[in-house]
Write a protein that binds this ligand. Structure first.
Ligand SMILES: [Zn+2]
Length: 144
């Protein structure tokens, strides 16, 4: 089990500090060091750093939400290397697989939650990620 409540509380606090421009005062490098220290402490309390860095915090602070690499180029909260891995994963696992609801009909997966788009109730039950097509995701990740 992961401490989701604690992780999102820390995410809120980081966003408060951003709003009050505390990180602007500290500068990027000190901010990254501080946030990585906070994350290290939070992990001892079973927190999840992907959630701590959620809501755009990863991208704005320049800390990868997958590998905690603090550095150069970021998009969607991921460093270049993790973005490449993510793209490869989507290509490998999703693009050619069959819809989990219509496997016998041979419907191909079209969304982030392994569904084709022929399921009307889908939007009501799944997260917003369900609405993204795989092509959208790849476009977002590749920046094209
Ligand atoms: Zn990374």
């Amino acid at each position: 089990m992961s401490n989701h409540a604690g992780s999102y509380m820390l995410n809120d606090i980081l966003q408060m500090l951003e709003r009050e421009q505390v990180f602007a005062l500290l500068g990027r490098e000190k901010t990254q060091r501080l946030v990585l220290d906070i994350i290290k402490r939070a992990q001892d309390n079973d927190c999840n750093y992907g959630e701590i860095l959620d809501n755009g915090v990863a991208e704005r602070l320049g800390i990868c939400r997958y590998c905690l690499n603090a550095g150069q180029s970021f998009q969607y909260g991921l460093c270049d290397e993790c973005r490449k891995k993510e793209i490869d994963w989507w290509r490998k696992h999703c693009l050619d697989s069959l819809c989990r609801w219509h496997p016998r009909a041979g419907a191909k997966v079209r969304t982030a939650v392994n569904n084709c788009t022929d399921l009307p109730a889908l939007k009501a039950v799944e997260s917003h990620a369900a609405e993204w097509s795989l092509q959208d995701i790849l476009r977002r990740l590749t920046g094209r």
